[in-house]
Ligand binder design. Structure first.
Ligand code: CA
Length: 357
């Protein structure tokens, strides 16, 4: 922790990246009550280098020095918690070829329609764009390998426990419940399944280095009020257009009043980066919202998603400029990234600059 605080101090002393045009960023009105350095969250693992949510991608992220490894959780037909980003399987596996007759009417192969044994038999690959059949990120791991499988949450927690022990470095976990309302409508409640897994693996409170994230406020409120978990909760914030069926107004949630309501049950928010930085205006200046400042004023941590070197938003010349904007200028409390090594390297590099030869 001592070292991380030094990193943060050095970060804060440095000027903004010269590659960026002048900023008109809001300064946070009040910092959250934790004075620790920003955390590096490996988004689905080191997913810039290995297919997302593979054990290989998690091991690589651990070795790269990520502070937290992310798990997305959905259930199988036999109520097993697996680590998978989508409700369906066809964008990252060979399910369509293996089980051509088991898509639903919407043309999708849902994980909840398959047993764990069936899902274990699938080959997992780099994410493909369903419209084109081509990789979403063309420079990443080739999609035609036969190497990877989907695994359970229990297996991933075992891997992390083992790596924490063998390396002596305590990486935390950052678990997302995917579409719990949808699961419940399908007859499966993912909340008790998740909480049983976490309890069995010893994740019970903030001292165990664990967060639970979800887009659905009702789920987080239930975890806080009914399950009475001590695990810190993160309210993910999307766009209303992404999930028109969800009874939540993300526009209102981003207002100071909405954020105050979130602070009643959550420790922080996970907005997407476009809710903080909205590109450039006609004069070429950065368009920056007050979201980070307002969330900090409400006492909330801010962990935006997702920083990728190969998908830079408008207005940033390179990945370092993007990182400096969020970590230094905006002062966020953590970042989800596909490139944990580059975030670690940047912060360590900054220390190196500050020290005599
Ligand atoms: Ca996620």
């Amino acid at each position: 922790m001592q070292r991380r605080l030094v990193i943060l101090r050095v970060l804060l002393l440095l000027p903004l990246a010269t590659a960026m045009t002048p900023m008109t960023a809001a300064t946070p009105d009040a910092a959250p009550d934790t004075a620790s350095a920003p955390i590096i969250i490996a988004h689905r693992g080191a997913s810039a280098y290995l297919p997302e949510h593979t054990l290989e991608a998690k091991a690589m992220a651990h070795a790269m020095g990520a502070d937290f490894l992310e798990q997305d959780v959905v259930l199988t037909r036999d109520a097993q918690a697996i680590v998978l980003h989508d409700l369906y399987l066809e964008d990252i596996t060979n399910v369509a070829r293996r089980y051509p007759d088991r898509a639903r009417a919407d043309g999708r192969w849902y994980a909840i329609d398959f047993s764990l044994a069936e899902i274990r038999g699938l080959r997992l690959h780099e994410r493909l764009d369903p419209a084109t059949g081509q990789p979403v990120f063309p420079e990443r791991f080739p999609p035609d390998s036969d190497l990877f499988r989907i695994h359970t949450l229990e297996e991933e927690l075992n891997l992390i426990r083992g790596l924490n022990r063998s390396t002596g470095r305590a990486a935390g976990i950052y678990v997302e419940l995917k579409h719990p309302a949808w699961h419940i409508a399908e007859g499966q409640d993912p909340i008790p399944v998740l909480m049983r897994e976490l309890d069995r693996a010893g994740y019970r409170g903030p001292e165990d280095r664990v967060y639970i994230q979800c887009f659905e406020p009702d789920t987080l409120k239930r975890l806080r009020d009914e399950i009475r978990t001590r695990i810190p909760l993160i309210q993910l914030i999307g766009e209303n257009a992404w999930s028109p069926d969800l009874p939540v107004d993300f526009d209102r949630m981003r207002t100071p009043e909405g954020l105050a309501a979130v602070a009643e049950y959550a420790r922080g928010i996970g907005p997407w980066i476009g809710q903080i930085h909205q590109g450039l205006d006609e004069a070429g200046a950065h368009r920056i919202t007050r979201l980070v400042a307002d969330a900090h004023a409400a006492g909330l941590l801010v962990h935006p998603y997702t920083l990728r070197r190969d998908a830079l938003p408008e207005g940033f010349a390179d990945f370092d400029a993007l990182l400096r904007f969020f970590l230094v200028d905006q002062g966020v409390d953590g970042v989800f990234t596909d490139h944990p090594d580059l975030v670690v390297r940047l912060t360590r590099g900054l220390i190196g600059q500050d020290q005599p030869e």
